[in-house]
Design a protein. Structure first.
Length: 162
């Protein structure tokens, strides 16, 4: 299992929207420059985040993005699912039904699910629950808590200049 770089782009970009002053928005170009990433790809990521209700697009010449909800209410899993899509990591093809030693493949129904699929889906559910328990606010508080005053001032100045 591997997430696309879009997930990393999303988290590092959303980080700077967490404590954005009310009424301020940030353009894709500004976020891309801040993180030294491509504006084109970041725009595609933010389109997905917008469709998922994580960010809100503000149209216009001075348009940009802001969080659509409070950072406390946006989980890691929501961000990942917005960027990567909602499907399960493991897609069972039910090859057990085609096994040459199986006499009656009709025995394999929903009442007799593939044990491999069951175990992997249980693990994935725990994974989703763990990521669902962490929010953007949690991330921001943990990371920014380690910033020295000079970095906090630089970030604040950057936000005020928007």
């Amino acid at each position: 299992m591997q997430f696309s770089v879009g997930v990393e782009y999303a988290f590092h970009s959303l980080f700077y929207l967490v404590d954005l002053p009310k009424g301020k928005i940030v353009g894709i170009r500004q976020i891309a420059e801040l993180n030294a990433i491509t504006e084109t790809y970041l725009s595609k990521v933010f389109t997905k985040l917008s469709k998922a209700g994580i960010v809100r697009a503000v149209p216009g010449v001075k348009g940009g993005y802001e969080l659509a909800r409070s950072a406390e209410d946006i989980s890691f899993w929501e961000v990942i699912e917005a960027v990567e899509g909602p499907s399960f990591f493991f897609q069972c093809a039910e090859i057990r039904k085609k096994n040459i030693f199986v006499d009656d493949p009709s025995l394999f129904t929903d009442k007799c699910p593939c044990l491999i699929k069951v175990v992997i889906h249980e693990a994935e559910q725990q994974f989703r629950e763990n990521l669902g328990a962490k929010s953007l606010r949690w991330l921001y508080d943990r990371v920014s808590g380690d910033f020295d005053q000079a970095k906090k001032t630089a970030i604040s100045d950057w936000m005020q200049a928007l």
